[in-house]
Write a protein that binds this ligand. Structure first.
Ligand code: SIN
Length: 290
């Protein structure tokens, strides 16, 4: 099945922002209760473009939550503490004194969960005067660009995705690692499962298209030694983030992005030292990858 990026819409306008993925949608006020037909068009725009953006939205936490709930149940992050009054919403906050940012490497959200997040809805509350963009990659294109031999070799292989990946780096848990680096509250996941093996080639449950399913949480391949798997993971990460598979979004206060984690990776660019960026993020539950 191929994407229809030039589909006709009756209620919204859809303007692709790059050749590979990403589109701005216009003509919709997401703070309002949307009827099923409008929601259906937004779904088509998302499935065809993989990530969609809407500007100048005026969303309270309640209205962002109401919009998110139209897509499914809310996924709670096992490591990051939600807002006091809205535990479903993660406030992604980088203050002038913070050195690190949240999401500053290529990844697909909660890939370490047995049922990773289907989608993420990110709303900009405060953005730096310059910088702080988010980049996205199209994992269908990354898959399609592989040789048939590589596709055959990967089919049937599972990547091992680890949430507390910092342990592998310097012996620290995520909580310890982040303690003096970011202002966001990191929590202990308790008994929530945070390591999961998923197919390296994933079939999208709605479009039926195959895509690479690899990201920053992928630290191994089932049945392989680290010496065997790491060069392959390194290659797949390099390959899947090639510039021609990307788009980049410049945020303004009131912008909203909605991306499909089943066929994309994203990267929050940390290029605004001394400035502030505050975003409200809601993730939507997904299914078991196959
Ligand atoms: C994330 O969800 O990884 C953060 C994205 C961003 O802040 O741009």
């Amino acid at each position: 099945m191929t994407a229809l990026r030039n589909r006709e819409y009756r209620h919204i306008e859809v303007h692709p922002i790059a050749g590979s993925l990403g589109a701005e949608i216009e003509g919709v006020d997401l703070s309002q209760e949307l009827d099923d037909e409008v929601l259906g068009e937004i779904r088509s725009a998302l499935l065809d473009n993989l990530v969609i953006f809407a500007r100048d939205q005026k969303l309270t936490p309640d209205r962002q939550l109401a919009f998110a709930k139209r897509w499914g149940e809310i996924h709670f992050h096992p490591f990051m503490q939600g807002m006091d009054d809205y535990p479903e919403i993660l406030e992604i906050k980088k203050l002038p004194t913070d050195k690190k940012n949240f999401g500053g490497s290529w990844h697909s959200d909660q890939q370490f969960a047995p049922k990773p997040a289907m989608g993420t809805i990110l709303y900009a509350k405060q953005v730096p005067s310059a910088g702080g963009d988010t980049m996205f990659v199209n994992q269908y294109l990354a898959y399609e660009a592989l040789s048939d031999t590589m596709k055959n070799m990967l089919s049937g292989l599972k990547g091992v995705n680890i949430g507390d990946n910092f342990k592998g780096h310097d012996g620290k848990s995520r909580k310890e690692f982040y303690a003096d680096k970011i202002s966001m509250k990191v929590k202990d996941p308790g008994d929530v499962q945070t390591t999961s093996a998923h197919p390296l080639i994933r079939t999208h449950p709605e479009t039926g298209r195959k895509g690479l399913y690899i990201g920053g949480h992928t630290h191994g391949i089932e049945g392989m030694t680290a010496e065997e798997s790491q060069p392959l993971i390194d290659f797949l990460m390099r390959h899947s983030t090639r510039p021609e598979f990307t788009c980049r979004f410049r945020w303004q206060t009131g912008s909203l992005a909605f991306w499909d984690n089943r066929c994309t990776q994203h990267y929050a660019v940390n290029d605004y030292p001394g400035d502030t960026r505050i975003m409200h993020r809601i993730t939507i539950c997904g299914d078991t990858p196959y």
